[in-house]
Design a protein around this ligand. Structure first.
Ligand code: DQA
Length: 145
């Protein structure tokens, strides 16, 4: 079972075509491939999962709580600003997690300045583009090795 779980929230399947001025032109597949490669080189198993459904993301967290997952890296996307349910799932899991945003949400609309996750997260990375995922993974790998 994967020791690390990377969760991507709604609309992140559209990376590469979605608002490239904000999110860039790197696809989700490219991000996931890079993360899998980095984890593989470190001998750590990593699984990536994207969903546009809040329920599916919650189920993935419930499963992670009991299947040996050690860390979660999550970009909750728009659910960052809306989802108490997803927050509660992470809290219930008691898994350490890192919150990642491709864009600098604090430099955007006021409704993006609020996160239901940041106060529970071990760390938050935003505004580093897709590289934010790699920075978070690098930190997690240094913690578990
Ligand atoms: C995002 C920022 C969110 O506000 C937005 O809803 C997203 C992506 C980011 O990665 O910058 O979908 O989480």
């Amino acid at each position: 079972m994967a020791r690390l779980l990377v969760l991507h929230g709604p609309n992140l399947n559209l990376l590469g075509q979605r608002e490239p001025g904000i999110y860039g032109d790197v696809t989700l597949d490219a991000i996931n491939t890079k993360l899998e490669q980095l984890a593989g080189e470190a001998g750590v198993s990593l699984r990536c999962f994207q969903s546009n459904s809040e329920a599916e993301l919650i189920e993935a967290i419930h499963n992670a709580a009991t299947n040996g997952t050690e860390y979660v890296l999550i970009n909750p996307a728009a659910f960052t600003h809306t989802s108490i349910a997803l927050r509660d799932a992470l809290a219930a899991s008691e898994l350490p997690f890192f919150e990642i945003h491709i864009s600098n949400v604090h430099a955007r609309e006021p409704f993006r300045h609020t996160s239901y996750f940041s106060d529970l997260a071990q760390g938050v990375i935003c505004g580093f583009g897709p590289q934010g995922y790699e920075l978070a993974l690098g930190h997690v790998l240094s913690q578990i090795q």
